[in-house]
Design a binder for this molecule. Structure first.
Ligand SMILES: *[C@@H]1O[C@H](CO)[C@@H](O)[C@H](O)[C@H]1NC(C)=O
Length: 490
């Protein structure tokens, strides 16, 4: 991933210099406001810290951070890659600091259609010179930069998360078993991956869940043979847009050391358009330059991409990049399926059977675009880790884990995630979907009011939290006093 300045330059270059002034103005206003209200903004975890035996030292850094915390954020919430846990920390941070979220009417922004600004509740086209009304955009969408920039300033912090397609496939298969017709027809993931083309049809219901889901969520265009006319983004529709998306000359896609075949497996071409390549070789070339281009483009747009397999390392880098405290990024796993973590741990530690290894290889080959994406962002993450300092990172990660453990002991009944059958309080029961159980949390009783509030934030599942933020931002109109309702009609 490039340094920050080319990223920003690129975004301005793409979407016009006009936004530069606006963005700068907004940024300065926020910085100023932060200095004014620095006191309340710095309030962290009231009560909890006092009751812990080991004081949490990192949040009481000797000198205050020299950078203002970033509070304009765009998080692309990818599917089945640990993004719900990131959502929880964004919800908490925004809630605690009174930030405004760009919210969908329900829980997603018209997914799987590309994001449209008009899907944001209370969205109004932006007047020149007025500050953008929202701080955080983070709910499920298929990424669409042009429309996102109608809602969020271009100097927002853009980030996302990716996961190894080998483990993502397990999670997607059990979660979307009945949603994706390809998965529904397959008796097991192994059977599906042994011969995906026996089950998978382009354009069938939920086909995007069954192949290259990350690539799809990032809104990138697909090679000709993987196109679904219905859902392909409009990037290549006309030459103007194409030019806008070609990386500038200075952006050299990093060379990949992966064997080229891993990127693209030649498959019988579908005769579906004028852009169709004639031979497998030129198709290969077309696809691999498309991949290179896609990755370079993402590098120019996203400031940071977290990696689910190195979640805690990613969180430390996130806190650092946002100039947040470690406390702000500590949280519990959300939307985890029962049994999911075991598989992940085993794969990471190399404790896998030959059969599982074969499954992983097949999942990565079938999801070749996602694999390219994953390898690329894994590499970027580790470059950043080196820049941050390996040992400095290790101690921050250890601190983060200790803090999480302390919070779990303090807040949670049993200290860990539980089967949803035990969770009777509807405020904390996670939405159940797919064929595996989605785990959740129960709070210990007898917490002090302040701790109760913070612990509730930590365990509130994403849908309930969205509803809570929604109610806070859009109080029910029936209870409006007369004066306020007059304000609403100009
Ligand atoms: C991710 O990067 C780490 C560190 O370089 C490496 O050990 C690991 O194998 C990488 N994972 C993949 C799937 O490339």
């Amino acid at each position: 991933m490039g340094s920050l300045s080319p990223t920003r330059t690129m975004r301005f270059w793409l979407w016009g210099p006009r936004s530069l002034g606006v963005a700068l103005g907004v940024f300065m206003t926020i910085g100023f406001a932060l200095q004014l209200w620095g006191g309340p903004f710095q309030r962290r975890l009231p009560g909890v810290g006092l009751q812990l035996r080991q004081p949490w030292t990192l949040s009481q850094r000797p000198s205050p951070p020299s950078c203002p915390p970033r509070q304009r954020l765009v998080f692309l919430k990818t599917h089945k890659s640990g993004s719900s846990s990131v959502l929880n920390l964004l919800h908490r941070y925004g809630d605690r600091h009174g930030l405004r979220f760009a919210l969908p009417a329900r829980y997603q922004f018209g997914y799987p259609k590309p994001f449209q600004a008009s899907r944001v509740k209370n969205y109004h086209p932006q007047d020149e010179g007025t500050p953008f009304p929202f701080h955080i955009l983070c709910h499920h969408m298929r990424f669409n930069l042009k429309e996102v920039l109608r809602v969020m300033p271009s100097d927002s912090f853009f980030f996302s998360i990716v996961r190894d397609p080998a483990t993502l496939a397990h999670s997607a298969f059990s979660y979307y078993k009945s949603t994706s017709s390809a998965f529904r027809k397959a008796p097991s993931l192994a059977a599906f991956l042994a011969n995906p083309r026996a089950f998978y049809r382009l354009g069938a219901r939920g086909d995007h869940y069954a192949r290259n889901l990350l690539w799809f969520d990032f809104g990138l265009p697909f090679p000709p043979d993987m196109k679904t006319a219905r859902r392909n983004p409009h990037l290549f529709r006309d030459s103007n847009t194409l030019q806008q998306h070609v990386p500038p000359a200075g952006v050299n896609p990093p060379a990949h050391t992966l064997e080229p075949n891993a990127f693209f497996h030649p498959v019988p071409t579908v005769a579906n358009g004028h852009r169709q390549a004639s031979s497998p070789d030129s198709l290969d070339q077309w696809s691999s330059s498309l991949i290179q281009w896609g990755l370079a483009w993402l590098d120019s747009v996203f400031d940071l991409v977290l990696v689910a397999e190195y979640f805690d390392e990613s969180l430390v880098l996130l806190a650092d990049a946002l100039c947040w405290g470690l406390d702000d990024v500590v949280g519990f796993m959300h939307n985890a399926q029962a049994g999911g973590q075991r598989a992940l741990g085993a794969l990471r530690e190399g404790r896998v059977t030959e059969e599982e290894q074969q499954l992983a290889a097949r999942a990565r080959a079938w999801n070749n675009l996602d694999w390219a994406l994953y390898v690329h962002f894994n590499r970027s993450l580790w470059t950043r880790i080196e820049q941050y300092g390996q040992s400095r990172l290790e101690s921050a990660v250890a601190e983060l884990r200790a803090r999480r453990e302390a919070l779990a002991k303090h807040c949670l009944l049993g200290g860990e995630a539980l089967d949803p059958k035990y969770i009777t309080d509807h405020r904390f029961r996670p939405f159940q979907f797919g064929s595996a159980k989605v785990l959740g949390y129960i709070l210990r009783s007898g917490l002090s009011p302040d701790d109760q509030e913070e612990c509730e934030r930590l365990v509130t599942p994403e849908l309930q939290y969205k509803d809570k933020l929604d109610a806070k931002q859009f109080p029910p109109t029936v209870s409006l006093p007369v004066q306020a309702s007059r304000l609403l009609s100009p």
